[in-house]
Structures are given as structure tokens and as C-alpha cells.
Design a protein around this ligand. Structure first.
Ligand code: SAH
Length: 455
């Protein structure tokens, strides 16, 4: 161990880790330093020193990297949401490409693949259509809202997150003013007392429709009509509701929604497909990039109108309906029952009749349908959560042997793990694209096309 806690060191940052932290060496000893970017020369204080590497806190940038950007958000360093704001956008995209490539090489064991495109945003700000603001009190007892500091539950006050819609600030101002006037208590995690836990806002980028949902520790909001009156003045306001969550845990949303005013859903479009989105449904948060992501998936699927397609982990059927227009038949599978209700409704409002949906775990539904009904697919699209596909899904796909598998992934590590299994004998990686759905953060979305190389 070269250093001990509280030592101050000078470090040149040579690399960046998966979570966006700078990595450099001081006298040959590796240190991880949050908020330092590649190319910086920094002064840092050692916080934790292990045998082979340690963690240090950035004290001062002695010589900024040429790729350093001035974070436009005053909360960038304290807030847990954006890990890459101090890096130029161009370099952020390079970082993400490298992250995907590194995972495919190291975990997947692939070497001869090309990442054919990295789809970035022209304007990598204000792209989120959904925001969930926790509500609490500061040490003077004033009601605050903002975002959690990294890895904690203390709230950094901020009503104008630069990733969210501009209208969020006005909504938050009105909700907090209502709470002050009515002496409505924010929820306190440590005691389980108080009422208002979170404010959820959804905004339809193409329609301008807005939904506000207050997540409360109870079933009644005293003086709710005053809140709805204040919020209704905001142009675009479409629906106001309550969500009941009386559990003492970290999960944001409860199961019950109580409408207060207006519609229970907002409408938005991806391409020319129309979607109804209710407070509880999963919906991609970056609509501009989602369209590009789905177009890439559609291009990779190479549909001619004759294909049978399975869309596993389909959510509210967004990809399924996007593909249905170009396929003979699409089957979607999703674990959350209300999402499937939305998917069916969305198919109907778009007049799409060749999409069918099943509720259940992909790892149960697919093997069962295959064993019992001998189902067939020309193309299988998967878009699993971060943990990737269950082994049973991989094995059933290998038995079904569709001509193509389009893998949409939000975690390059599990993507690499799964592709390795699929490409042992039957498939090969044909095309890979990286899509930046979450600018300023370290998260990255990947689309990979696998084609069958044996009959
Ligand atoms: N393709 C959709 C949703 C992708 S997110 C879209 O683009 O909008 C992943 C989805 O997988 C979520 O809707 C989640 O509820 C669902 N899911 C998680 N585990 C699952 C499982 N074991 N089987 C089926 N669906 C699952």
C-alpha cells in the first residue's frame, strides 16, 4: 500500500472507469477519482487505500483536459444523475463506444466485429420525458425537491434539472407552493411519517401533453382541489392524479392510482405510432433517441412483410407495434400485466391487428409455447432489463433457430455474456450500433444483429 487515507496526491487521469470515474496513477499506484476526466492533471485526497488500488476525492484540477467541459448544471457534481457532464459530448460518445467494445471483447470474447454507428443527440439536454422528484425538508424545515445525491437519499435542491422538460420547474413551484400554504407535510423516510413522497411528471414531446402524479403516503390529499386548480393553468396539463404508496421502502410507485382531474393517461408518438401512457407504465424516457433506436432495430430485423416476429420484454408494446407494420405477425411477451393492457390498447388505437400479446415471464412463456405449440419465429427481438436474458430464453432461442435475433440492450456487460452463448455455434454477430439514450450519464444502449450461420 503506497498511500494512506488523507494523503494528498497529484494524478494524471489516463482512463475512465465504467461509472465515469477518472483513473490515473500516482507513483505507479492506481487511483479512482470521481469527477476527474481523461486528460486532467488533478490534486486529490486519498479516501480509501487498498492493496492494489484506491479511491481519492478530487480537490483541484491543476491542468484541465482539452476534453473537459464546464458543467452547465450547478448541481452536476453533487447530484447522482449525471456522471459525465464534465466531459465534452463528443468524448462522452467515445466513452460509450469504448464501453460497449470493451465488454464485447472481454466478456464476450469477440474480436472481429465493427461498431457501425454511434447514434448521438444533436442537442444532448432536456431530452427526458419523465421526471421523478423526491420531496423532503432541508435542515431549516423548508420543503425542498430535487434529486438524490449519488448513492444516498439526501436531496440536492434543484427544480430545473437540465435533462428534463422546461415546464417541470413551473409544476414543481406550484406543487411546493400548494404544500407550503396547506401545511402539507413531505414524507420522512426515517420516521415513515408525512404525506408527499415524490412528484412524477410525464411530458409528451410530440403532443405537448403533461401528466402530474403525486406519490403519497396515504389515500387522501387535503385541499387537492387547490392543487389541481393551480396546475390546470399550465398549458398542456392533461391529467393530475395521486399514487398511493404507504410502504416503508425504496420503491417509488405504489400500485393504486387515484385520478384527481383530467385524463388518466397522456398520448405521445414514436414515429407515426401513437401510444397512451399511464402513470405506472414503463415508457422509454428519451423519445428522440428511442425513435432512432427502434429504426435501427427495424433495419436490423430486415422485414419484408412475410415474417413472424417475437418481441420479448415488450413493455407497452412499443417495439412490437413499430415492427408490426412491416411484419406478418408480431407476438409480444411482458411480465407486467398493466403494460400488456396498454400494449393491446395501443395496438387497437393504431388499427394494428397483427400483434398479439402474452403476459408472463419470457423464460416461462417462450419455452412453454415452443414445447407445447411448436411456435416458430423468423426474427426474435429481445429488450431485457439490465440483468439480461434468462438462460431458458437463450436455450429456447437456440432451439427455435430464428434466422435473425435483434438484441436491444441497456447493459453492455450482460449483452456480451448473452451474445457469447448465442454465438458459440449457431449465430454470429453481424452488426452492432450504439445509441446514446442517456446523454451526460454513463448509461448506454446497444443494438446487435445476430444472424444464423448454420441451417
Ligand atoms: N421493449 C420495451 C420495454 C423494455 S424494458 C420498450 O422499448 O419500451 C424491459 C421490459 O422487460 C420491462 O417492461 C419489464 O417489465 C420487462 N421484464 C422484466 N423482466 C421480465 C421477464 N422475466 N419476462 C418478461 N418481461 C420482463
Amino acid at each position: 500500500m503506497k498511500f494512506k487515507k488523507n494523503d494528498v496526491v497529484t494524478v494524471e487521469i489516463q482512463d475512465m472507469g465504467h461509472d465515469g470515474e477518472g483513473i490515473g496513477k500516482a507513483e505507479g499506484y492506481t487511483l479512482f477519482i470521481k469527477d476527474a476526466v481523461i486528460g486532467d492533471l488533478v490534486e486529490a485526497k486519498v479516501m480509501k487505500a487498498g492493496k492494489n488500488y484506491g479511491y481519492a476525492r478530487l480537490l483541484k484540477v491543476l491542468r484541465p483536459s482539452k476534453d473537459r467541459a464546464e458543467p452547465p448544471c450547478p448541481c452536476a457534481r453533487a447530484c447522482g444523475g449525471c456522471q459525465l457532464q464534465a466531459l465534452s459530448y463528443e468524448k462522452q460518445l467515445e466513452f460509450k463506444e469504448k464501453k460497449v467494445r470493451g465488454n464485447l471483447e472481454r466478456i464476450g470474447g469477440f474480436s472481429d466485429f465493427v461498431i457501425e454507428k454511434v447514434i448521438g443527440m444533436e442537442e444532448p439536454w432536456r431530452y427526458r420525458n419523465k421526471a421523478q422528484y423526491p420531496v423532503g425538508k432541508d435542515k431549516d424545515g423548508k420543503i425542498i425537491t430535487g434529486f438524490y445525491a449519488g448513492r444516498t437519499h439526501s436531496i440536492i435542491p434543484n427544480r430545473d434539472c437540465l435533462l428534463g422538460a422546461e415546464v417541470n420547474e413551473e409544476i414543481l413551484n406550484r406543487v411546493l407552493a400548494y404544500m407550503e400554504e396547506n401545511h402539507t407535510e413531505p414524507y420522512d423516510e426515517s420516521t415513515g411519517k408525512g404525506l408527499v413522497r415524490h412528484i412524477l411528471i410525464r411530458y409528451g414531446f410530440k403532443t405537448g401533453e403533461i401528466m402530474v402524479c403525486l406519490i403519497i403516503n396515504g389515500r387522501k390529499l387535503p385541499g387537492a382541489e387547490k392543487l389541481t386548480a393551480a396546475l390546470r393553468e399550465i398549458p398542456g396539463m392533461t391529467g393530475i392524479s395521486l399514487n398511493v404508496n404507504t410502504k416503508r421502502n425504496n420503491v417509488i410507485l405504489g400500485e393504486e392510482v387515484i385520478p384527481l382531474w383530467g385524463q388518466e393517461y397522456i398520448t405521445d408518438y414514436i414515429g407515426d405510432v401513437k401510444y397512451q401512457i399511464s402513470p405506472l407504465s414503463f415508457y422509454q424516457v428519451n423519445p428522440v433517441q428511442t425513435e432512432k433506436l427502434y429504426e435501427t432495430a427495424l433495419e436490423y430485423a430486415g422485414l419484408t412483410g412475410k415474417e413472424t416476429v417475437w418481441d420479448l420484454y415488450c413493455g407497452i408494446g412499443t417495439i412490437s407495434l413499430f415492427l408490426a407494420k412491416k411484419a406478418k405477425k408480431v407476438y409480444g411477451v411482458e411480465i407486467v400485466p398493466p403494460a400488456i393492457e396498454d400494449a393491446r390498447k395501443n395496438a387497437a388505437i393504431n388499427g394494428i391487428e397483427n400483434a398479439e400479446f402474452y403476459v408472463g415471464r419470457a423464460e416461462d412463456v417462450l419455452p412453454e409455447k415452443y414445447e407445447k405449440d411448436g411456435i416458430f419465429a423468423d426474427v426474435i427481438v429481445v429488450d431485457p432489463p439490465r440483468k439480461g436474458c434468462d438462460e431458458a430464453v437463450i436455450q429456447t432461442m437456440l432451439k427455435m433457430r430464428p434466422e435473425k435475433i435483434v438484441y436491444v440492450s441497456c447493459d453492455p456487460a450482460t449483452l456480451a455474456r448473452d451474445l457469447k452463448k448465442l454465438c458459440e455455434e449457431v449465430y454470429e454477430v453481424k452488426r452492432v450500433a450504439v445509441c446514446d439514450m442517456f446523454p451526460q450519464s454513463v448509461h448506454v444502449e446497444t443494438v446487435a444483429l445476430l444472424t444464423r450461420n448454420v441451417v
